[in-house]
Design a protein around this ligand. Structure first.
Ligand SMILES: C[S@@+](CC[C@H](N)C(=O)[O-])C[C@H]1O[C@@H](n2cnc3c(N)ncnc32)[C@H](O)[C@@H]1O
Length: 211
């Protein structure tokens, strides 16, 4: 938690109710320890989608299909979502097949680094929510696939806030992920190709517009 837990709780208590099928999935994720987008980040993501009204959304990191359905539920967009772990894919296939918005979701199976090579795009909205240490590797693909003015939303960029602290304060195994995430954040905030803002919402979200 980056912000005060009480503040977060209060903000979340004001959130609109989710449709029942998403509510059920959110509970399932919690009970089965599936990492899905946090409530406060959901609200920001939905707000941005309602505002931008994208027609073609790309998501990297499906898990069980919660955020893909969430994004489809607040737009008329087609959502293409990529997942590589079979255990997650099994659930995602089932959830998307049963979903009222499932006809606007395409689940692509495989490692995003590989499958993105064959994608043509263009996409006007990208939600990046996969392996945190790989974000920088995804970026050339994302840049190629985003049209001008497209929005890139990247989740979990502040790693519970620990990213801002000393590298010696984190476990050795997390240092590499932190170093890569810092490189990613430096890049998206300094390239001429993107206009980026980083927000301490949820686990940290970066919003970037392609210039
Ligand atoms: C945080 S979860 C996604 C949660 C989902 N976006 C949601 O909020 O409902 C991250 C997912 O990305 C997947 N993932 C990680 N690296 C990947 C890659 N290179 N290609 C495809 N999927 C990947 C993981 O297996 C995991 O299920």
């Amino acid at each position: 938690m980056i912000t005060d837990p009480g503040v977060n709780e209060y903000i979340n208590s004001l959130s609109a109710d989710l449709p029942e099928y998403l509510d059920r999935l959110e509970v399932y994720a919690e009970e089965h320890h599936v990492p899905i987008i946090r409530k406060e980040a959901q609200n920001l993501l939905c707000f941005l989608i309602r505002e931008k009204k994208p027609s073609n959304i790309l998501e990297i990191g499906t898990a069980i299909g919660f955020s893909a359905q969430l994004m489809a539920s607040v737009s008329d967009a087609h959502v293409t979502t990529i997942e590589k772990v079979e255990m997650r894919l099994k659930e995602a296939r089932k959830n998307i097949a049963q979903s009222p918005v499932g006809d606007r979701i395409t689940l692509v199976e495989g490692d995003a680094l590989k499958v993105l090579e064959d994608f043509k795009g263009p996409f006007d909205f990208v939600f990046l929510d996969a392996a945190k240490g790989q974000y920088l590797n995804f970026l050339p693909h994302i840049m190629r696939l985003m049209e001008k003015g497209a929005l890139l939303v990247t989740d979990n960029v502040l790693q519970e806030g620990s990213l801002a602290g000393s590298k010696f304060a984190v476990e050795r195994r997390d240092r590499t992920i932190h170093m890569r995430m810092r490189e990613f954040l430096y890049h998206i905030t300094h390239t001429d190709e993107l206009d980026t803002v980083i927000l301490p919402v949820g686990d940290g979200m970066a919003l970037s517009r392609k210039l």
